[in-house]
Design a protein around this ligand. Structure first.
Ligand code: EPZ
Length: 426
């Protein structure tokens, strides 16, 4: 039994609620920017130095993938140096691509570098089926030969040609993969209905410092002029807007007063608008935002997740926790992923009043949540349970720390800086 307890204890966070968060915290580099940028680092044979990289499980896995392909990679704190000249393989390691579905971003980069790619179909994950049909359709339009069989994808791109591509849906990953495949194609590619997420713009910014010619990233129309080759570079990753949003939600749910540094205000507006509706006072300075929350949050009447600049799906779970203790009723519609309400059942175990029907959650705010033993079932759902624990009476045990560590460097230590009483099984 002891053995079992220790193992269980190893993978959980213990949160003692009831304390308003206060103080200042700085945001680290964005997971969803550094992952495609690490993939893009093999577009050149010259050295790439990345600053402000977050220390995350997903980043470790992407580094492992680059090393398996032959690239030399050095990680020193938040700096990652890649020597891509030694990369020699176009085949993604199956065991790694299974662990992390964002390895699919390697497709476009491998095609550009080696004219071919072999990856395992990443499959679904906790929040949905995560199809990649738009990725493959876009690559075929670039004259890449794509064969899918036995759960693997083989791409042959001996003569990649620019094309005008219209995405059926503004998929972030599809936009990024097409961009990376098009950057050394013959001719010009235009992506219509492209994803406008800031992480797409960060990837384009990185590639342009390597000599790429990408215009319009961050808008729904991106123009990529093919170039012969790309040179080495040094680049700083943008701040993580979802980590920043999570800290803002933590201030709100605890009635706290928190200042968050190293943010890009435009990236936080959708979340800030909802917190303002809930009665929070939000003050902005250049790269800083301060959130002061009332003792009891007012009603937020609805949250609809949408592609950027709409409300981010990656903040839906955290805001469901906030709505659980706000006044009134909040109708949350998850328009982006088909299975992203798994945290609702766990919040209900803490006393939240939530009804789910398909992609709609009706959240009726309660006065007080109570501590319970709950389980994270995906990355942002795990963060939501920690936030709920901060507001709950008594103690909450959040199991499934491995999910949370995919997207947060050390959520327990980060929130403890703001006065949270939280510790992890070590
Ligand atoms: C990126 O995933 C992010 N991941 C996700 O963050 C984020 O939630 C998502 O964009 C939306 O913003 C990374 O950047 C590593 P999509 P991605 O392609 O690229 C459908 C987190 O918590 N679709 O924009 O996979 C898909 O099923 C993670 O940090 C197709 O139908 O997102 C989904 O319903 C979670 N066919 C919708 O589009 C395709 O070929 C959005 O997916 C591709 C996508």
């Amino acid at each position: 039994m002891q053995q079992l307890k220790e193992v269980l204890f190893m993978s959980m966070l213990l949160v003692r609620g009831g304390r308003p968060l206060a103080g200042e915290i700085e945001v680290y580099g964005a997971k969803n920017a550094v992952l495609p940028i690490l993939a893009a680092s093999i577009l050149t044979t010259e050295r790439v130095i990345l600053h402000h990289c977050p220390k995350l499980l997903d980043v470790e896995n992407m580094v492992a993938i680059l090393r398996t392909l032959g690239a030399h990679v050095q990680v020193e704190g938040s700096q990652i140096t890649i020597d891509p000249q030694y990369a020699h393989s176009h085949e993604m390691p199956e065991e790694l691509s299974k662990v992390m579905r964002s390895s699919i971003f390697m497709l476009g980069a491998l095609i550009s570098r080696f004219k071919q790619a072999w990856v395992t179909h990443p499959g679904g994950c906790e929040i949905g089926l995560r199809p990649i049909d738009l990725h493959l359709k876009g690559l075929r339009e670039l004259n890449v030969f794509v064969r899918e069989e036995h759960g693997a994808i083989h791409c042959q791109g001996d003569d990649v040609r620019g094309a005008s591509i219209t995405l059926d849906y503004p998929s972030v990953g599809a936009t990024e993969n097409i961009m990376m495949a098009a950057v050394t194609a013959k001719g010009t590619t235009v992506i219509h209905n492209a994803a406008r997420e800031p992480e797409v713009a960060d990837l384009a910014g990185f590639i342009n410092t390597m000599g790429g010619k990408i215009r319009g990233a961050g808008t729904d129309c991106i123009r990529i002029e093919g170039v012969e080759n790309l040179h080495g570079t040094e680049y700083t990753i943008m701040p993580d807007r979802i980590v920043a949003g999570t800290y803002m939600a933590a201030a709100a749910i605890t009635g706290g007063d928190v200042t968050i540094r190293n943010i890009i205000p435009a990236h936080q507006h959708a979340v800030a608008a909802k917190l303002t509706e809930a009665g929070c006072i939000i003050d902005w300075k250049q790269d800083t935002v301060r959130v002061r929350a009332p003792k009891r949050l007012r009603e937020m009447n609805k949250i609809d997740t949408l592609p950027y600049p709409g409300f981010p799906t990656d903040m839906q779970a955290q805001m469901m926790a906030v709505a659980s203790v706000a006044s009134g009723t909040c109708i949350i519609t998850e328009n982006v992923f088909e299975n992203r309400f798994k945290h609702a059942g766990e919040l209900a175990r803490m006393g939240a009043n939530i009804t789910i029907k398909d992609r709609i959650a009706v959240v009726r705010g309660v006065e007080q949540l109570h501590g319970a033993r709950v389980e994270a079932k995906d990355l942002r759902g795990g963060a939501a349970l920690v936030l709920a624990g901060l507001a709950a009476k008594d103690e909450t045990m959040v199991e499934g720390l491995c999910y949370i560590e995919r997207g947060y460097q050390d959520l327990a230590a980060e929130l403890a800086v703001l006065g949270a009483c939280i510790e992890k099984g070590d």
